[in-house]
Design a protein around this ligand. Sequence first.
Ligand code: SF4
Length: 472
Amino acid sequence: MFNEYLMDDKPKEECGVFGVYHHPQAVDLCFYGLHSLQHRGQESAGIVAAFKDGFTFHKGLGLVSDVFTDENLAKVCGDSAIGHVRYNITARKSSVTEAQPLVFKYRLGKIALAHNGELVNAKQIRRYLERQGSIFQTESDTEVIAHLIARSAYDDIESALKEALSVVKGSYALLVLTEDKLIAALDPNGIRPLAMGKLDNGYCFSSESCAFDLIGAEFISEVYPGEMIIADENGLRRMLFSDQVKKTVCSFEYIYFARPDSNLNGVNIHQSRKRLGRQLAVEKPVEADLVLGVPDSSLSAATGYAEALGIPYELGLVKNRYVGRTFIRPKKEFRTKEVEIKLSVINKVVKGKRVVMVDDSIVRGTTCSRIVQLLRDTGAQEVHVRISSPPVIYPCFYGIDTSSREELIVAKKTIEQLRESIDADSLEFLSIEGLIKSICGTKGKHDLCLACFTGEYPTEIYPQNNGVEYNE
Ligand code: SF4
């Protein structure tokens, strides 16, 4: 699955988090949980475990399987643990200092934080805290939360965390580990996913439910927007920490980020993608000989599109699953010429055919254009491109690496100009209404963030403080 994130045209999820409270195999479970979340971040991985006298941890750069060995995993001990996989959404060089979970010691003891999301007012808070004398160890927005907890006058972690979360804004699916508690918290908009499960006498938390399947945990529920769940020796306590709750789940989790075998808000990701493809067929049909999907994340939508129109679905594009991580490069100059290494076309399937190529999104446009070219070079008679999401024309400030409108090809060109530039016979996108209907079922009613399509952000976005370009 994670190989699809080698496709640099796609937006990238920042992180995945996994945690286990009170289980004798907490560290091993965390390790396997992170494996299931590898698609959410491949640049670093880490696990922190708690035992009665403190923490042990291991973090490093690379995939989960690169970072952890039998030897270093054996040195991480405890019956509670949190883990993190990270994708660096900035162009800054990856560093193990930035790898999470972040670990701190403050007056009430040790604390570790694993965060998926992005705080939109982190720079503003950080500048304030630095003027007050705080010294930051990382560039991470997550560290802001640790500083706010440490500065709190409260003598218990729950109240201190609640106070810290009343200050920060943006997206956070957060796991906080202390020597005797594991706390999960989700921002009042619930932008990133966070689920809770049960395994034997312990509890686990995961960015996606697919990780529960791997370790044999039973899904209990989503963590709700604005909710804090405390797992400690008293059992489990759930409470709302915010009265500003307004659920707006990232619609890109359904379109692209989440694994097809995950369920989010009771919706299976594969099935929702298939509905996106079906709806796209209703809205933008075309006469063709075959439908193919761009592997892997577009395959569900492609089968939906093909089924709805009664056109054969074919395996026309094959992905090289063994391309190394060296092809993940944050800088644009490395993005070209990589498509040919990662994808090839099955000549006998495509040659002489009118082809519909279904892709889940167009962000920068580079990959799409190269795939159309590959299909043409292989002898496709016609290439019709169908995108199972609306045009992405606004940047994301909630943990996705599209922080500038300049990067977004559809923000700079009309759809006709884009069709010409990618050399497709036709190019069509799903409507926003079609997206809502496919995911939420009821036309018009939804609890989704659609900001990258509409520009209507669910929170204040503090553009200057984020240091990102945002031109209306
Ligand atoms: S702006 Fe787009 S990518 Fe970002 S959280 Fe909203 S829907 Fe998801």
